[in-house]
Each structure stands twice: as structure tokens, then as C-alpha cells.
Design a protein around this ligand. Structure first.
Ligand SMILES: Nc1ncnc2c1ncn2[C@@H]1O[C@H](COP(=O)(O)OP(=O)(O)OP(=O)(O)O)[C@@H](O)[C@H]1O
Length: 437
């Protein structure tokens, strides 16, 4: 058993040097969760400038006290990589190549950096693992990933702030799961005319509670998780019965076709790549689906598991009811999922935790989307518009991916109802503007 290590700031002083760089000197105490191995270390940091000696870091890693290569001494932005030190990452965040408005930038203060820099989770996760992507991609919206489920506790001072900001909640008191009574759903097909909604999809993410997230996973971990997941999936029956297809050995053509058809994931997200999401690709990844591809499971994409229900047209009731059956079956199949009081189900990206539910339609709304108020309209209904090839893609032919924005602080059934109300409003507005024929 490994114990999380905590660093407690004892003293922090700031002063300016002759070149105008702000220098922080701090004294912190390191202890593990048992309160043992207490050490007192002096740390010097330059804030937003070149790196200085960092005795705490070296002591923790058991290294010699020699100087480490400096970010201000020749390392180019493109060279920030998985081995970049915390100070190199911090320097990049303080000196972004373009304007940086991420939640990471907003919430990782020098004080928090000092407080968290020496902590280690029970999975071996460190602050660097959580912020690497946001420092490499300074155009990130969020910029933080959890290194593992324990990171939500160990790095809570940073992650809680990011979560509250992203999800627009003042308290982290996510309710207990409530999938609703699927026999009594008060909605059906959101677009009976079939003119607007191309397809409907609802997904949730789940993480095995005994494994870390991509930054700390080994190839062997992924293979083990894949095996466990496959065993549980093989127990599904009825409409959910299907087969598992590992990515290793799948032809490039099949992968391309499945991706174009919106069923499969790929390795093209630079934010996820920088977070370690594609290490050892494609080992340990794969997709499970039933015969008519209305129920699918992604294994070891961004999250350990993504359960997906989807079909052509706008019948949200059928899509959601199928997903609920799958969640219930898989939660009683021997798998144990990571959860935390107040945060709900834990996922790699803090933007997804809570219900982890994203319910979307691909919908033709050229008229509404062309209005200057489109974003404000979406905000009013707590819905989000994306392009149709996934997050960070563009719309094609006036077709948008419209989904619930909120995943935390409400139940699953409330998130679905929020999306349903938003989509109904979108349809009404598109028709009012003369579309939808
Ligand atoms: N309503 C929908 N109908 C058909 N395909 C969809 C629908 N919604 C999403 N998809 C497809 O699912 C794939 C994944 O999309 P995307 O990455 O945006 O969302 P996600 O799986 O919810 O994950 P994340 O929010 O973490 O990015 C893409 O191919 C996208 O086109």
C-alpha cells in the first residue's frame, strides 16, 4: 500500500530580483497520510520566469542536488513533452505562446503550486500528470486531467476549483444517481417529422476503481482492464448482446469506416494525446457493439469505459431506456466503478464527472445556427453545440451536435430532461425561423 504524500506550506515570501523576476521562497513540510516521515524542505521558485533550484523536488525523487535544465534556457514550446518537469510546465503556463484562458491557468496559483507540487496519489500520480496537457496546449478550455481517481482527493485544492468553475456550481454536493423510471418516461421521439434530427446518442463514462487514468497506466494495466471489461460485456444479453473488437489487429479501413459512421473513436485529439491518453496505442483499446450497433462500449478510450446507446432519428426514449438497461446490467456484473461523495462517478477529465452523461442529437439547424444569438440561445437552455465529428470539430451542412451541458449537480434523469427541453426549444426556434421542412 502506498500512502499519499502531502506538502504543507509553512512560509511563503515573495520578492523581486534585480531583473524584475518575482521570486518565491517557501518552507514546506512533507508528510504522508499516516503523518510519518515528516521532513522540512526549503524551496525556491521563480514565478513566471526561469527555473531555480528546487530542493524539495530533488529530495522527493532522491536525486542529487544539481541543477536541472531550465525552460528559459533553450527549450522550445513544441518540445514540452511527457518528461517535462513541473517547473518547465509551470513556466510554459506562465509564458504561453498565445493567450491562455484555461481553467488551469485561472486556478493554479503560485500558492497552490507550492502546496501541491510534492504530493503523490496512491496510484503514483503527481501534479505534472494532471496539468501536462493544459501546459502543452495553452489554448485548452479546461487544461486539467485527473491522473487517477485518488487525484480528486490529493489534488482537491486545484481540481475542486476547476470543477466548480467548469460546472458552474458553488458546492460539490452531487446527488445520488437516479436514472429515473424508464417505464414512465414522459418523452418519446423529439422529432416525429424526421426532418431535423439525424440521430440521437446518450453516453456515460465509468472508471474501474482499482486503476489509475492514462498518465499513470502501464501497457499491462490496460490489457488487464480490457480483459475484465470484456468478461463483463460477454455477460450482456437480449438487445445488448454483442461482440468485442480489439483495435489491435483491426484493419485501418474498418477503423476508418467505424469512425466515419460515428461509432468508433480515434487517436486524433491533441489534448488527450498530451495527457498520455494514446500511450501504447492501440493496445488494450477496443469497441463492443450489438448486431445493429445501437449499443456500444468504448474500452480504454479517454475513460476506461464509455457506454453508448444510439440510433438514427430522434427517439430519445428508446435510446435512453436502452442505456439505462445497460448501466444496470454492467453495474451488477462484478465491475466496481470509481465514485466520490459529492462528485459522483469519477472520470479522467473533470468536465465529465458526476452523471458523466452526455445526451446528444445530430440536428439540422442551419437557420438558428446562422443567427448571432445562437450561443446565447444554447446557454439559456444549458445546452452545448459541437461539430458532428466530435468535440473540437466543425459543423457540416448546418448539422450540429446539441447536448446537455451540465453533468454535475443534477441526477441522470434531470440531465436527460434538460437536454430534451433544450432540443425541443431548438426545434421550435428553427421552425420559427422558417427551417425544418
Ligand atoms: N447524436 C449523435 N448521433 C451520431 N453520432 C454522434 C452523436 N453524438 C455524438 N456522436 C459521435 O460520437 C463520437 C464522439 O463524439 P464526441 O467526442 O464529441 O463526444 P463524446 O463521446 O460524448 O465524448 P467527449 O465529450 O469526451 O468528447 C463522434 O463520432 C460523434 O460524431
Amino acid at each position: 500500500m502506498m500512502y499519499s504524500r502531502y506538502s504543507r506550506l509553512v512560509n511563503l515570501q515573495r520578492k523581486e530580483d534585480s531583473r524584475g523576476s518575482v521570486i518565491e521562497n517557501c518552507v514546506s513540510e512533507n508528510t504522508d497520510t499516516r503523518g510519518e516521515n515528516l521532513t522540512r524542505v526549503d524551496t525556491g521558485h521563480l514565478v513566471g520566469a526561469v527555473k531555480v533550484e528546487d530542493k524539495a523536488d530533488q529530495a522527493i525523487r532522491g536525486q542529487e542536488e544539481d541543477s536541472i535544465s531550465l525552460p528559459g534556457s533553450g527549450l522550445q514550446p513544441d518540445e514540452i513533452c511527457r518528461d517535462a518537469s513541473l517547473d518547465q510546465l509551470w513556466d510554459r503556463l506562465c509564458n504561453p505562446p498565445t493567450k491562455c484562458c484555461s481553467l488551469l491557468k485561472r486556478h493554479l496559483t503560485p500558492e497552490l503550486l507550492v502546496l501541491l507540487r510534492d504530493r503523490i496519489t496512491e496510484f503514483g500520480g503527481r501534479l505534472e500528470d494532471c496539468i501536462r496537457s493544459g501546459c502543452e496546449n495553452t489554448d485548452s478550455g479546461v487544461g486539467v486531467y485527473a491522473s487517477d481517481p485518488d487525484a480528486y482527493t490529493v489534488f482537491a485544492p486545484l481540481l475542486d476549483a476547476v470543477i466548480k468553475d467548469y460546472h458552474k456550481v458553488s458546492e460539490l454536493n452531487h446527488p445520488n444517481p437516479d436514472l429515473g423510471d424508464i417505464a414512465k418516461l414522459d418523452f418519446g421521439d423529439l422529432d416525429p417529422s424526421g426532418n431535423l434530427i439525424v440521430s440521437t446518442r446518450v453516453r456515460v463514462g465509468r472508471s474501474h476503481d482499482s486503476y489509475g487514468f492514462p498518465p499513470v497506466l502501464t501497457k499491462e494495466d490496460r490489457v488487464e482492464m480490457e480483459k475484465k471489461s470484456q468478461e463483463a460485456l460477454n455477460k450482456l444479453d437480449g438487445e445488448l448482446k454483442g461482440s468485442y473488437y480489439p483495435l489491435s489487429g483491426m484493419s485501418k479501413e474498418t477503423q476508418k469506416q467505424l469512425t466515419e459512421d460515428h461509432f468508433l473513436f480515434n487517436d486524433s485529439d491533441r489534448f488527450l494525446r498530451a495527457a498520455g491518453g494514446y500511450r501504447d496505442w492501440p493496445t488494450g483499446r477496443g469497441i463492443y457493439f450489438n448486431d445493429n450497433k445501437t449499443f456500444l462500449v468504448w474500452v480504454n478510450e479517454e475513460d476506461h469505459l464509455r457506454f453508448i446507446s444510439m440510433q438514427k432519428g430522434g427517439n430519445l426514449k428508446e435510446v435512453y431506456a436502452r442505456l439505462v438497461k445497460a448501466i444496470r446490467a454492467l453495474e451488477s456484473s462484478g465491475l466496481s466503478f470509481a465514485k466520490r461523495e459529492g462528485l459522483g462517478y469519477l472520470t479522467f477529465c473533470p468536465s465529465n464527472l458526476g452523471t458523466t452523461l452526455r445526451a446528444s442529437v445530430h440536428i439540422k439547424i442551419p437557420k438558428l445556427a446562422a443567427t448571432p444569438d445562437f450561443k446565447a440561445f444554447c446557454d439559456k437552455y444549458n445546452i452545448q453545440a459541437r461539430g458532428i465529428h466530435g468535440e473540437h470539430t466543425e459543423s457540416v451542412g448546418g448539422v450540429y451536435d446539441i447536448s446537455n451541458k451540465r453533468r454535475l449537480g443534477l441526477t441522470e434523469i434531470s440531465a436527460i430532461q434538460e437536454m430534451r427541453r433544450g432540443v425541443e426549444a431548438v426545434i421550435a426556434e428553427e421552425k420559427r425561423l422558417g427551417g425544418g421542412n
